[in-house]
Design a protein around this ligand. Structure first.
Ligand SMILES: NC(=O)c1ccc[n+]([C@@H]2O[C@H](COP(=O)([O-])OP(=O)(O)OC[C@H]3O[C@@H](n4cnc5c(N)ncnc54)[C@H](O)[C@@H]3O)[C@@H](O)[C@H]2O)c1
Ligand SMILES: N[C@@H](CCC=O)C(=O)O
Length: 543
């Protein structure tokens, strides 16, 4: 029963801890890292509120220390996918009928638990499982996830408050129902916050969810699930399973109650999902919502008026933080001829100071890439560039997988703006630079716009306001997140809603109200206060 309208005020962003030497957070995080390393985890799936162990396990190892075993997780097959769907559908009626402020209370409690009791658990799990340094883990698995949870509650309260006009004699209202069925959340390896947000945003709106994370993110996904359970999430509302991706698609996309997919990952996987859903469209009770944020080939375009240091640091941080494994990472740079040499010199000098190694050693800026498959793919691009006369490696180019999947930050210089590494998503610590004639700014803008099928993030670096204005206008469709005098990474929930268009996704902007609308299906209710009792219009009456 609702006896009041409940408003949840806009939160502020969770403060980012520094982990500087001597700080209490540094001590606490190191203690948690050691605790995780001292004990092997045995991670179950969570279906209908029960822990499910199948005995068919996969090992978890830190990408930067592959000889160490963190633990194992239990994998499922088609039976577990069906069980998770059934558990979700069984939980649906009660969850959808639960007053929304009660649902909100669970996710706000989860945010509070992550901010306090589990901050170091989630950060340490992300550092070990996904090879993120302390700062990168803090902005992701602590702050961004806390922000997603808190801001989404606020946004949903704003949505529910939007009601239609009611003239005299009529009362109109909009009811924001959850979708009729289950939502599938399929999440990537690279952001713990995204893994947490995709299932919880849909669940907050009253939906029930089957959640499959990337195998390489299971270690931290397990911590998120434990937090949600401690926060009071009822059984069956979110079911966490570890199965083969294509098998999941075969089963879930054939189910008549499939109501939506909340996906973040690569473009190829998303396009395959869309095709399957299209083929199966007549099987579903309702048209499914298809939300996918996918790949990028993110650019930094410097104008001849750009500051050399600003450009070099935007590239150093934008391309190499988290080993370039952000969908937003700068991976193609266009430098004007007047400052190109100075920017390259500064960039190469900065990269030489970046230490690479484990995440437990806090002096390392660079850690490992996620797994062997990724390592092989990235180093293949590097080897091809080494052999190609059209490309020159000006920094890095070295790698080793003896202890972990380490690739030195690599810069490739090219003379062809359409060279393969200027066009394809590599998803690793590789930046390609093309130098253009500083007087041909308009021409290079056209090249930036047309080179890639993606349109996720991009930056213009310039001091000339006319140049900034021109790039902002001409590149209107080239990036869903466009930055001026900044790196193209590091969007903050509530500040820069995130997502791209073209081949980069449906642009439903995670961390904004726009995303939540996709998990709601509005019902319009019109109530006539004094209904007519005669069908005749007044004009039908005789004079
Ligand atoms: N646009 C964004 O907001 C955003 C954010 C993060 C990552 N990304 C993109 O994600 C990619 C990197 O993440 P990844 O390597 O985890 O991506 P991925 O596409 O390999 O995997 C994503 C998820 O899909 C699952 N999957 C794989 N094949 C599947 C299939 N055939 N059917 C169903 N599920 C399947 C995986 O197991 C994983 O859970 C990059 O392309 C990156 O640009 C985009
Ligand atoms: N939102 C993150 C990127 C997420 C994709 O990997 C950023 O803005 O850097």
């Amino acid at each position: 029963m609702h006896n009041a309208y409940f408003h949840f005020a806009a939160p502020v962003n969770e403060p980012v801890y520094s982990y500087a030497p001597g700080s209490p957070e540094r001590v606490a995080l190191k203690k948690q890292l050691a605790a995780f390393k001292a004990q092997e985890a045995d991670i179950p799936m969570y279906i209908g509120g029960k822990e499910v162990r199948t005995g068919k396990t996969q090992e978890l190892r830190p990408p930067h220390e592959i000889k160490h075993k963190l633990g194992q997780f239990h994998t499922g097959d088609a039976t577990h996918i069906n069980d998770a769907i059934t558990a979700a559908l069984q939980a649906r009626a009660q969850w959808a009928d639960t007053p929304w402020e009660q649902r909100a209370g669970i996710f706000l409690k989860a945010a509070e638990l992550i901010a306090t009791k589990y901050r170091y658990h989630l950060n340490a799990a992300t550092m070990l499982g996904q090879s993120k340094n302390a700062y990168q883990a803090e902005i992701d698995s602590a702050c961004e996830l806390i922000d997603f949870l808190r801001f989404n509650v606020h946004y949903l309260s704003e949505i529910y408050n939007q009601q239609p006009y009611s003239p005299q004699g009529i009362h109109n209202r909009l009811e924001y129902r959850p979708l009729e069925g289950f939502v599938l959340a399929v999440t990537p390896f690279n952001f713990t916050a995204i893994a947490g947000n995709l299932p919880t945003s849909a669940a907050l709106c009253g939906n029930v969810v089957v959640w499959k994370p990337a195998d390489t993110q299971v270690y931290a996904a397990n911590v998120i699930m434990k937090v949600l359970i401690e926060a009071g999430l009822p059984a069956g509302v979110i079911n966490l399973i570890y199965t083969d991706g294509p098998l999941l698609g075969d089963v879930a996309f054939s189910h008549p109650d499939f109501a939506g997919i909340h996906f973040t990952g690569s473009t190829a996987v998303f396009q395959q999902m869309w095709k399957t859903i299209g083929t199966n469209i007549s099987k579903y009770k309702t048209y499914p919502r298809i939300v996918g944020e996918t790949g990028g080939k993110d650019f930094v375009l410097a104008h001849k008026s750009a500051d050399v240091d600003v450009t070099a640091i935007a590239l150093a941080r934008g391309a190499f933080e988290y080993q370039g494994q952000k969908c937003s990472a700068a991976s193609r740079a266009y430098l004007p001829s007047n400052i190109a040499d100075a920017v390259k010199a500064k960039l190469v000098a900065e990269l030489a100071t970046m230490k690479m190694g484990t995440t437990e050693d806090f002096s390392n800026f660079i850690n490992a890439v996620i797994d062997e498959r990724s390592f092989n793919k990235i180093t293949n691009y590097i080897e091809n560039a080494k052999k190609d006369p059209k490309a020159k490696i000006i920094a890095g180019g070295t790698y080793s997988k003896a202890e972990g999947y380490f690739i030195a930050p690599t810069v490739i210089e090219v003379t062809d703006p359409h060279y393969v590494t200027m066009c394809e998503e590599i998803f690793g610590p590789v930046l390609t630079i093309y130098t253009y004639d500083a007087e041909k700014f308009e021409e290079i803008i056209a090249t930036v716009d047309s080179t890639s099928s993606y349109a996720l993030t991009g930056s213009i670096i310039a001091q000339d306001r006319y140049a900034i204005d021109l790039a902002t206008k001409k590149l209107v469709n080239s990036a869903g997140n466009f930055y001026i005098n900044d790196k193209p990474t590091g969007a903050v929930v509530g500040q820069q809603p995130f997502g791209g268009a073209r081949a980069s996704g449906t642009n439903d902007k995670a961390g904004s109200m726009l995303n939540l609308y996709r998990w709601l299906s509005a019902r319009t209710i019109k109530e006539t206060l004094v209904p007519p009792t005669d069908y005749r219009y007044p004009f039908l009456k005789e004079d």
